[in-house]
Design a protein around this ligand. Structure first.
Ligand SMILES: [Zn+2]
Length: 463
């Protein structure tokens, strides 16, 4: 058996891992690399493995850095199955169409700046074809993806539909289990159920995004959110929130709904200014059976009414979005993309970053070389659409909304795997920046594990 880490190797994007056994090739995730445009374009156009060699694709969750290059496989003729949970398959449909749209725009942008012809990575038709290849499964159901190769999804607790993947490879009477964590979430995340680590692993490939820090609790995050809203509204400013359209936006809506009901935030209008977030909210409503039923607020509402309340408005139409720029008075604007690299949030930041009454609220991980990261670093000047804007707005960072486990939670997740895995050998760390990974590897060595941090393209024999 062989593992090749083809993405998210010593970085946090481009998740893609190839497992080869018995002459079969299984692809785990096929995500997009994100960061500096010119650099990632080169990485994104390269297929992880020729499509004719792929027997099956298994997808951990819908985030673009895990799913975003699936349409590239379809474009190159992949016709096999893409296995995912039902909510992941449902979420991927609008997300990949949105991504195709961004690819087309990016190609135009590159062509304009480099004065050369650039093909988009893929187009709308490829995204649609990808959705047709999706095969949905429930959690904890074992299914065959290739002869003698079986998969079981367990709850990863990261976003709706997110899964850890247990890959069972049968060899006569023997079964070896390769576990891929996917992105590991946290207990207590709004709406999302808590992670359930797979058992009986021989090898574990796991994420390590926050391998070197601890977050605040999710309860603290809601309290701080209320403080930010109150303080900004008192100054007459706007709260501008770059947020992933899928997941983070719905979690914020859920918390703002609770805060509004409890009278803990002033009655300021809240706008969800993202067509994708609007569509994704509909997918959430249709998959309400996946919600964490241990949460009182979930039980008190049917799926739909969680994401609708009087202060809240969705503005998918461009004209409504433009009208927000002309509006006055305090408000909350939640808009994509999550790292402020593209999408309507860039317009809001261009307009609002220079106003000291406003707050830019950061609620998710901001990768290197993104506009979001430059805001977190509180640069004096930021660039939006090539225009320099002084950063005078307040910047608030709420790590408690992270959908990723922190170092304590990552170690606890792995500990739960080990408790049921007497044969566990190596632990491979992916999906983290090198400093976070090295700190986490040190922590694991101290607990008696054998961690390894693969480089991109490294082939590892699993014996
Ligand atoms: Zn993710």
């Amino acid at each position: 058996m062989q593992l090749t880490v083809q993405g998210a190797a010593r970085e946090v994007t481009g998740s893609c891992h190839v497992v080869q056994a018995h002459g079969k090739t299984i692809l785990l995730d096929c995500g997009m690399f994100q960061g500096r445009r010119s650099e990632v374009h080169r990485k994104n156009v390269t297929l992880p493995v020729p499509v004719e060699q792929i027997n099956a694709v298994v997808l951990s969750h819908a985030h673009i850095d895990h799913s975003g290059r699936l349409p590239l496989l379809a474009r190159h003729g992949y016709q096999g199955a893409i296995h995912a949970t039902r909510a992941t398959a449902d979420l991927c449909e609008p997300m990949l169409i949105d991504s195709a749209h961004i690819q087309e725009k990016d190609a135009e942008h590159l062509a304009w700046h480099k004065r050369e012809h650039f093909e988009p990575l893929y187009g709308m038709r490829d995204a649609e074809r990808t959705s047709e290849l999706m095969v949905s499964h429930g959690y904890n159901e074992r299914f065959e993806v290739a002869p003698d190769v079986f998969v079981t999804f367990t709850e990863a607790g990261h976003i709706l539909g997110s899964a850890s993947i247990a890959l069972d490879i049968k060899n006569g009477p023997h079964v070896k289990r390769f576990v891929f964590s996917g992105d590991i979430g946290r207990s207590g995340l709004p709406i999302i159920s808590d992670p359930e680590p797979p058992a009986n692993a021989d090898w574990v490939l796991m994420e390590s995004t926050y391998g070197n820090r601890d977050h605040g609790t999710t309860d603290d995050a809601r309290v701080k959110l209320a403080q930010v809203v109150r303080a900004t509204a008192a100054r007459g400013g706007r709260v501008l929130v770059p947020a992933f359209a899928v997941g983070r936006t719905q979690e914020l809506v859920y918390d703002l709904h609770q805060l509004a009901d409890a009278g803990e935030i002033p009655r300021v209008p809240i706008y969800i200014d993202s067509p994708l977030a609007t569509t994704a909210t509909g997918v959430f409503e249709r998959n309400a059976d996946f919600f964490d039923q241990t949460e009182r607020f979930v039980r008190a509402h049917n799926g739909q009414s969680l994401f609708q309340f009087p202060l809240l408005r969705y503005t998918p139409d461009r004209e409504d979005s433009k009208a927000l720029s002309r509006a006055t008075g305090p408000m909350i604007v939640i808009s994509a993309s999550g790292m402020a690299e593209s999408g309507r949030i860039v317009h809001h930041l261009q307009q609002g970053a220079g106003d000291p009454r406003n707050t830019i609220l950061i609620v998710g991980f901001q990768a290197e070389h993104t506009l979001g990261r430059r805001i977190v670093e509180r640069r004096e000047v930021i660039k939006t659409f090539g225009v320099e804007v002084p950063l005078r707005a307040q910047v608030a960072v709420l790590n408690g909304y992270s959908a990723h486990a922190d170092r304590t939670e990552l170690a606890a997740w792995l500990q739960r795997v080990r408790a049921t895995s007497p044969r566990l050998k190596d632990v491979f760390l992916v999906h983290g920046e090198p400093t976070a990974q090295e700190a986490f590897a040190d922590q694991l060595r101290g607990k008696g594990y054998r961690p390894h941090i693969p480089t991109a393209g490294e082939k590892i024999t699993l014996g």
